[in-house]
Design a protein around this ligand. Sequence first.
Ligand SMILES: *Cc1c(COP(=O)(O)O)cnc(C)c1O
Length: 237
Amino acid sequence: MPAEEAECEPRVAAGLAAVQAAIAEAARVAGRETAEITLVAVTKTHPAAAIRPALQAGHRSFGENRVQEAEGKWPELKAAYPDMVLHLIGPLQRNKVRRAVRLFDVIESIDRADLAQAVAQAAEAEGRRPAVFIQVNTGEEPQKAGVFPDATDALVEACRACGLNLQGLMCIPPVDEEPSLHFALLREIARRNGLKGLSMGMSGDFPVAIQFGATHVRVGTAIFGYRPPTGNDVDRS
Ligand SMILES: *Cc1c(COP(=O)(O)O)cnc(C)c1O
């Protein structure tokens, strides 16, 4: 094992185990099955050496927020662990759709009809069928990606019309607001659209998200530790 990886291993394995235990506890409190909840381990800014210990510990779901960064580390890891599932959780630009479809198994950031269409076309061209989530801007924050709540039903229709494998909704609540209000809103929009998937909850609030029905929690810091601020963070688009 290379030195850098040996150094990461105990820390990452411990972080992963702690988050898994916290998910199990939150599920128990909410009267839910742990198996209904997928932990998406968010690896943005972290090198392959930090990721490998999680794969070796048996973890298989990961998230990245930028296509280009993911292309630098994931093809090799995916080849070594073909059963793993890679989620794109950051904004997707039209000119990177084809590359995103090639690499990612789940795209969580669909937020407009033309992007849905482009992903459907790229999927067809690549012979791939990524699962998709619609990102909802529940706080209606102007700087943040995501469709506004009142435009979500129409986007659900558009995704279904172009044949996408739409599985659910995703949100990132405003940093300074009570997240449960946003989780409840996302759950309601999913319910009325007959969608089962709810990607919500990060390091600071995933137990609350589980209480509100999260099926996917996206956790980075609590597993991999502090990320140096690179500008590569949740609201960058
Ligand atoms: C970085 C990121 C996360 C993980 O955030 P942590 O606070 O480190 O757990 C979750 N979701 C998205 C969309 C992100 O960009």
